[in-house]
Ligand binder design. Structure first.
Ligand code: MGD
Ligand code: MGD
Ligand code: SF4
Ligand code: MO
Length: 878
């Protein structure tokens, strides 16, 4: 495997740092990692990486907390039994071969992930499309980026993102559409803030007032699904103001005959009505847009994850093409990607709807790719897209399925049906790094994959920059990299020489050759000059961006060289149904990543949002009888799930917001995947995760409480509400129930027990001591208060812990330690601590808070939250 790069030796430490890339989001930050022990690493931002220039957000900063081996899958299993690699790989190869022999190549499928490295992805795509001869390989990017892909292809002829982060530094106006950048792409957001501090304007278009929206010059809280109206209206406005780029249109854009006529109905008033925002606000946006040539419009899931996602993407691209704001510094439409290697997956062509290397299934492309691979077969036509793929599994049409690096039992829409499908599928293989995932429970064969910090390969970030991910640790247990697992199966299926890779560099060189193969410039995706220098060249590869500044010359990869304006109509906005009067929106929290298999291991990331909340507008809450902090049941036509309610005027009336992160392993409720419908955009096949008809009702509970364990509870909780987070020495469970709270005793371990009971309030407090340490604590009340968790969490590891009286009080005598929810993860500062500092020291800006108590001075992810606290304190004071 790769030797560490000896370049970044921290002064005097004697340890050398390894340059690698963050495990999480599509920003693609460079990391300088110094291995300090067997499974220990010190993480710092790589000051030389162009994507982040040394900065990291809260998730990247705390990656070191996630590299332990706790919970890892470390050997293959067949059924519930441990198996050797030989047995497991032979079985996978045989079952796929037999199924294909009996039912044809389209009876098998792979479901893969934007969290694979490019080399892994390349081998999986080659095996399915070139050797099995089916295109039934789809990826979780279908749920994430596919509307952007389809929109790019319609407008440009190829899936090319025509922007880079440098454009943000050069823009005078940045428009964020359906993107909670402050939480989901924090380092890009810091770059946006820096640009705004230098005078650029920021407009945020999101139905919710997110932390991103709070710092904007203008926030348009539009009605969900009304983005086409808003963008079409902007284009009509620009035309009326004479700011279209007529020369660019004439030379480089094909405009359908009735295109402009289609915009007639999008006047200011109609748009304001469709979007449900004041016309004056819409007008402010339009004036800003029309008046600012250097505009970057950045969009993500509020645009993509819609039943009209592709049209919404094209509405944005139309606006940029018609104003000539593309291919120039500071002017671009910018689809920002979610996963670390969503873009790499698109480059190898690992979606069911593309063949390979940005080629589709046209006969000449099929012939070219088959020749390049010297393969016995080549997929004839696009394969099944994710939602259809799982439907086909459920209907018995797919009889062998291999899932890699994704957790569809949680993340697919209508996840209950996905689980049913997995349960009936004759053969399911799951490659994952973790032993317990909701999807892994359905596997016949489980294969232990190498994880971040153990793998070598490349990833491509949102701005087309390809960076190396490098191994920091030896492979643990019997874990193997995904490329190795897939090529071993390919070889055992009979294709020995086509899958004779010894190292990721071999695959990279082949990928480079295919990108450049018979490519006279017709495909913009090309990697000229790459792949040289042998294995050492690969090991030392520095980050680079492919494609230069796309479209700078006004040429587009379409047959006539012109871009396309695509007529898009605003879909009628569905009226609320009487049974489902609300609209459910789903998305992300700042410090959690997807199904939390990694961030869930980091105590510092767990406390920003410790439970899955349903956010509801105060008017709706009052009308329906939902109290802040109470449990509520959210139901949709697909299923139902429980959440803790939080009342928030950041929500629009009639809309609910829930997070996507909780699973069977972390919560008895809050499993959001059960709620969205399996409906998709007709062009892209991307599910409409952001608006599902829904209803909400309060759930009565008799008691609430929490439990702390050094380790895990004796058995899984079965009460109404139990959500888990990792704390430094064990786990913390938030609990609520309607039965007899005394039943909770059976979850506690044995040991010396101290207990206090307050019958008047229905309160019981129990601490269990074992070997002089606090082994567990249970605090339950029917009518009383509960202590804060912080101090008790600290007692878990301590020997001896505090006196029994203090333990049962939940705090040391005479001291209040309620920090509130954690805002700053780096300095471990809670809301109350920060508010106290602001008041006592009369702090007025984020920098002053940082100078006083450190908050926000390291990763900066909490700066938007600090700004909001300061703002509300100032309003309060005034
Ligand atoms: N902390 C964290 N960061 C992440 C991830 C994570 O799990 N956690 N995941 C990564 C991945 S894979 C992805 S894809 C990205 C996603 O990054 P984002 O797209 O920023 O995240 P989301 O929270 O899914 O949705 C963004 C916003 O779309 C808004 N929205 C909903 N409906 C509409 C609408 O009709 N119109 C408009 N204009 N907006 C709407 C929502 O209110 C929400 O605030 O984040 C990446 N980064
Ligand atoms: N309701 C709703 N649903 C959504 C979304 C939404 O906004 N709303 N967003 C969608 C989007 S944009 C996305 S991207 C998906 C994400 O959804 P998923 O892809 O299902 O989520 P993850 O938790 O990232 O799953 C990754 C899995 O791969 C494992 N893993 C990590 N690294 C490796 C590796 O190197 N090799 C292997 N083999 N396994 C590895 C992890 O342990 C984990 O089990 O969710 C989608 N679902
Ligand atoms: S913004 Fe944060 S999560 Fe995303 S790549 Fe950078 S450090 Fe990692
Ligand atoms: Mo995503």
């Amino acid at each position: 495997m790769t030797a560490p790069l000896p370049t970044l030796s921290p002064e005097g430490s004697g340890l050398s740092a390894i340059r690698t890339t963050c495990a999480y989001c599509g920003v693609g930050c460079g990391i300088s990692a110094t291995v300090t022990g067997e499974r220990a690493v010190r993480i710092a931002g790589d000051a030389d990486h162009p994507a982040n220039r040394g900065r990291l957000c809260s998730k990247g900063t705390h990656l070191g907390e996630t590299v332990g081996l706790e919970g890892r899958l470390l050997h293959p299993t067949i059924g519930s039994k441990r198996a050797s690699w030989d047995k497991a790989l032979d079985l996978v190869a045989k079952r796929f071969r037999d199924t294909i022999a009996q039912h044809g190549p389209n009876s098998v499928a792979f479901y893969v992930s934007g969290q694979l490295l490019t080399e892994d992805y390349y081998v999986a795509n080659k095996l399915m499309k070139g050797f099995i001869g089916s295109a039934n390989i789809d990826t979780n990017s279908r749920l994430c980026m596919s509307s952007a892909v389809a929109g790019h292809v319609r407008a440009f002829g190829e899936d090319v993102v025509p922007a880079s982060y440098d454009d943000l530094d050069a823009a005078d106006l940045i428009v964020l559409v359906g993107s909670n950048t402050a939480w989901c792409h924090p380092i890009v957001y810091q770059r946006i803030r820096a640009r705004c501090e230098a005078g650029a304007k920021l407009v945020v278009i999101d139905p919710r007032r997110t932390e991103t929206a709070e710092q904007a010059d203008l926030h348009l809280p539009i009605r969900p699904g009304s983005d086409v109206a808003l963008m079409n209206g902007a284009l009509a406005w620009c035309r009326d103001q004479g700011v279209l780029d007529q020369a660019f249109l004439a030379d480089h854009v094909a405009v359908p005959a009735d295109f402009w006529a289609g915009l007639e109905s999008f006047d200011l008033w109609s748009v304001a009505r469709a979007c449900d925002v004041p016309a004056a606000e819409v007008r402010r946006f339009y004036e800003l847009f029309a008046g600012t040539p250097r505009t970057v419009t950045m969009f993500s899931q509020g645009i993509n994850q819609s039943l009209a996602g592709t049209d919404q993407v094209n509405a944005i691209l139309n606006l940029h093409l018609a104003t000539g704001r593309i291919g120039k510094p500071g002017a671009a439409p910018f689809s920002i990607t979610g996963q670390p290697n969503a873009m790499g997956g698109r480059e190898v062509g690992g979606l069911a709807s593309t063949l390979a290397a940005h080629m589709d299934f046209a006969p000449e492309n099929r012939a070219l790719v088959q020749r390049f691979w010297s393969s016995p077969a080549i997929a004839e036509k696009p394969g099944l897209k994710a939602v259809d793929l799982f439907r086909a599994v459920g209907e018995g049409r797919i009889k062998a399925l291999w899932i890699m690096a994704t957790n569809p039992a949680v993340s697919m829409p209508d996840a209950a049906r996905v689980r049913d499908a997995l349960a009936t599928c004759p053969f399911v293989v799951v490659s994952d790094v973790m032993e317990k995932t909701d999807t892994g429970g359905f596997a016949h064969v489980r294969l232990p994959a190498a994880g971040w910090g153990e793998k070598d390969g490349t990833v491509t970030n949102s701005e087309r920059m390809i960076s190396r991910q490098r191994a920091l640790f030896p492979l643990p247990g019997e874990a193997r990299p995904d490329w190795w697992i897939v090529k071993e199966v390919g070889r055992r299926m009979g294709w020995k020489s086509a899958f004779a890779y010894d190292r990721p560099a071999d695959i990279w060189r082949e990928h480079v050759r295919l990108a450049n193969y018979r490519n006279d410039g017709a495909r913009l995706f090309a990697l000229p000059g790459q792949g040289g220098g042998g294995n050492a060249g690969y090991d030392e590869m520095a980050p680079f961006r492919w494609g230069g500044t796309p479209f700078a010359d006004g040429h587009f990869p379409t047959p006539d060289g012109r871009a396309r304006l695509v007529p898009v109509a605003q879909k009628p906005i569905a009226q609320p149904l009487s049974q489902w009067p609300l609209t459910l929106n789903t998305g992300r929290y700042r410090d959690h990543w997807h199904t939390m298999t990694r961030t869930g291991l980091a105590p510092k990331l767990a406390r920003h949002r410790a439970e899955p909340l349903v956010e509801i507008h105060p008017d709706d809450a009052a009308r329906i009888g939902i109290c802040d902090g109470a449990l509520a049941r959210v139901a949709t036509p697909q299923g139902e799930s429980l959440y803790r309610a939080t009342i928030s005027d950041a929500q629009r009336p009639g809309e609910l917001f829930v997070p996507i992160h909780w699973t069977d392993h972390t919560s008895s409720g809050g499993r959001t995947g059960m709620l969205p419908r399996p409906l998709t955009d007709p062009e892209s096949g991307q599910p409409g995760f952001k608006s599902t008809p829904a209803t909400i009702a309060p759930v009565a509970t008799r008691w609430r409480g929490f439990a702390l364990f050094a380790g895990e509870p004796a058995r899984p909780f079965d009460c109404l509400w139990a959500t888990r987070i990792t704390v430094a020495a064990g786990s913390l469970w938030e609990l609520a129930g309607d039965g007899d709270p005394a039943r909770l005793d059976r979850f506690l371990p044995g040991g010396e027990r101290v207990e206090a009971v307050d019958h008047a309030r229905g309160t019981r407090r129990i601490a269990i001591l074992a070997d002089g340490r606090l082994a567990a604590a249970l605090f339950v009340t029917e009518r009383g208060e509960l202590p804060t968790r912080d101090w008790l969490i600290k007692q878990l590891g301590e020997a001896p812990p505090a006196a029994a009286a203090a333990l049962l009080a939940g705090r040391p005598a005479g001291v209040t330690v309620d920090r509130g929810p954690i805002v700053c993860t780096c300095f471990d500062l809670g809301l109350r601590t920060i508010l106290a500092a602001i008041r006592e020291r009369q702090l007025t800006d984020v920098a002053a808070v940082g100078a006083a108590i450190g908050a926000g001075t390291n990763c900066g992810s909490c700066r938007p939250a600090l700004a909001r606290l300061l703002q509300s304190e100032n309003t309060h004071a005034a």
